[in-house]
Design a protein. Structure first.
Ligand SMILES: [Fe+2]
Length: 305
């Protein structure tokens, strides 16, 4: 195990740069140390690593089972867990988000290799969602604790791929609460009318990006970054023209857990909804699908199959 790690904090809210370790040779004990640094700092940067695709995937496997991206292409047939984002082909995530929250079990961690980056521009920002929750007023925390939200893959052209998560999730390791809605994938607060949902989501997603909760990282080629996807969001600055290529592995997820049971029923307008019922269509569709699958599970349980 390497005991000579240098850890440099990068902002008051999250993020640290780590030197003094070659990730290509990381042993299990090193991975444990890195995991505890990640719990403390939420996002870590390891400059000058220059990992191969194989070394990158091998490092990722220290932290759990890896998965490919559900909607994006993987150019490496023999390394299916890696995917690549090329900026000149639209790979710039310039809306705040946690990764793949349209899935029932979003990834818990991502490990990114900056293969090629512009000389200037293309920085990435991360924000601390524990802080975003902790600094809400108690009445707002209380409201958010009882809400859930619909997320979908509309940004990937797949709005039918959707799921519902708690608005506030409890981290399974730290037991801390964090805000879990994002401007990229979150469409609707389930228990509010669509107008109320629009306003609250606009407020929460703007609040989550308060500069006080963030760190901004300037890349150099060969840097590895890793972040806890359960308690952070990130955003890429779309301010560059040169090539920017990243490769990423993601560690498979768990189901986000709420602070408590839901406090209210889903809110969808009934007979007098009129024209505004179109705003409830997507939520209705998801709830209908979920009710159908619950019913078929119930029947299977009843028949003992
Ligand atoms: Fe992302």
């Amino acid at each position: 195990m390497n005991d000579n790690l240098e850890v440099l904090r990068l902002s008051g809210s999250l993020g640290a740069e780590v030197r003094g370790i070659a990730l290509a040779d990381a042993a299990a004990a090193d991975a444990e140390k890195i995991r505890s640094l990640l719990t403390e700092h939420l996002v870590l940067f390891f400059p000058e690593q220059h990992l191969s695709v194989e070394e990158h995937a091998a490092f990722g496997r220290h932290f759990g089972k890896l998965e490919g991206h559900p909607n994006l292409q993987n150019p490496f047939a023999d390394q299916p867990e890696i995917f690549e984002l090329v900026a000149t082909r639209g790979g710039i995530a310039d809306e705040w988000h946690s990764d793949i929250t349209f899935q029932a079990q979003p990834s818990i961690m991502a490990i990114l290799n900056m293969v090629k980056c512009p000389e200037i521009g293309g920085d990435t920002m991360w924000a601390n969602m524990y802080k975003a929750y902790d600094e809400l007023s108690p009445p707002m925390q209380d409201l958010c604790d009882g809400l859930t939200a619909l997320h979908d893959a509309l940004p990937h052209g797949k709005p039918e791929s959707m799921t519902i998560h708690p608005v506030v999730r409890v981290h399974p390791e730290t037991k801390r609460k964090s805000l879990f809605v994002n401007e990229h994938f979150t469409r609707r607060i389930v228990e509010l009318s669509h107008q109320e949902s629009d306003h609250l989501l606009a407020y929460l997603t703007r609040w989550a990006a308060n500069p006080r909760f963030t760190v901004r990282y300037r890349w150099s080629q060969g840097t590895i970054a890793m972040w806890d996807n359960r308690c952070t969001q990130h955003y890429v600055l779309n301010d560059f023209d040169q090539e920017r290529i990243i490769q990423r592995v993601t560690v498979m997820g768990d189901e986000p857990k709420a602070a408590g049971p839901p406090k209210w029923e889903p809110y969808v307008r009934g007979r007098h909804a009129g024209a505004s019922s179109r705003y409830d269509r997507q939520l209705n569709k998801f709830l209908g699908r979920r009710a159908g699958s619950l019913e078929s599970n119930r029947k299977q349980d009843a028949s003992g199959s």
